[in-house]
Design a protein around this ligand. Structure first.
Ligand SMILES: [Cu+2]
Length: 313
């Protein structure tokens, strides 16, 4: 009926259609009775109201029927929900990482992506991890949604995709200023295609082709990793310091409670990305930027550095 691409679709849609059907039945039925009574019992036709003291039969009927309907809703809801709570023992395990304001997905062989790639007809077990605040991972086409809670151990969800294609994936927990930009995609592939993609270890790190535009590659990393949510290129202060015109300058930071002068060089950029709270830039607060250790490789940092240098011109 609606587009759907997982084994949970039927269970969820059945519950939805059942409840929607009952709601429509009563919406139309009650509206019709209101109109009928307006006509039949208006003051002109029916000048003297009848007083009804009670009617046991009616009362029993309007208790029993709603009870049956509500139990029916419960039944469909429960039957659709139970399989989601019972992940199989075997499956492809992927860790989903959420931060303000993007997702990243880490595979067992070390591959990290910003879209979720999965094989068709295979159980996928997603381990959910939030770096900073509450997020929630929602894939409408699969009818799955689960909160991502910082510090909650063994938080997971699972699904099995039944159709290849690309589907939307959202954060559905209001998680701050750029929450509405926190979306990605799920790419469902044929299993052999997926495993070929998975085994392609050249993709484990960025590849820097001969003669590539390093500045442009650096810029793309900064944008795809969501740094621009907090850092601008043009000197404006968003949440963190601007990237503009900083590279090579001497800046003031606080390190272990001690103020010191430091050169903004490649080493400093790397430390800022892997261990952001080590040096706190003057005028800013600790605890806002979270480490990208394991998410951004050293080779990617070199490219980011090239991009930052280019902002001096
Ligand atoms: Cu979020």
């Amino acid at each position: 009926m609606y587009s759907g691409a997982s084994t949970f679709v039927e269970g969820v849609d059945n519950a939805f259609v059942f409840i929607l059907g009952i709601s429509f039945f009563f919406l139309i039925g009650i509206t019709a009775v209101i109109i009928l009574f307006l006509y039949r019992y208006n003051k002109k036709k029916h000048p003297k109201a009848t007083q009804i003291e009670g009617n046991n039969t009616l009362e029993v009927i309007w208790t029993i029927i709603p009870l049956i309907l509500v139990m029916g809703m419960f039944y469909y809801g429960y039957v659709g929900w139970i399989p989601m709570k019972r992940p199989p023992d075997q499956g492809v395990e992927i860790t989903a990482n959420a931060r303000m304001w993007n997702f990243s997905f880490r595979y067992d062989n070390g591959r990290i992506t910003d879209k979720l790639y999965v094989p068709k007809d295979t159980a996928i077990i997603l381990h959910l991890n939030a770096v900073d605040v509450l997020h929630s991972l929602y894939i409408p086409a699969f009818r799955v949604k689960e909160d991502m809670v910082p510090g909650l151990p063994d938080n997971k969800m699972w699904f099995e995709a039944t159709k290849t294609g690309t589907y939307s994936l959202f954060c559905t927990e209001y998680c701050g200023l750029q929450h509405s930009y926190m979306y990605s995609e799920v790419v469902v592939m044929e299993p052999d295609e997926f495993w070929a993609w998975y085994a392609d270890t050249t993709a484990l790190d960025v590849e820097v082709p001969e003669g590539a535009n390093l500045v442009l590659m650096g810029r793309q990393i900064v944008e795809s990793k969501g740094c621009i949510a907090c850092h601008s290129y043009d000197g404006t202060i968003v949440i963190g310091p601007s990237f503009k015109g900083k590279f090579g300058e001497t800046i003031t930071v606080t390190t272990e409670g001690q103020e010191r002068q430091i050169v903004y060089d490649a080493e400093y950029v790397k430390r800022s990305i892997y261990d952001p709270d080590y040096d706190i830039t003057q005028g800013f607060r600790a605890g806002q930027m979270f480490s990208y250790e394991g998410e951004i490789s050293e080779r990617e940092i070199d490219l980011i550095v090239e991009f930052l240098k280019s902002l001096n011109e």
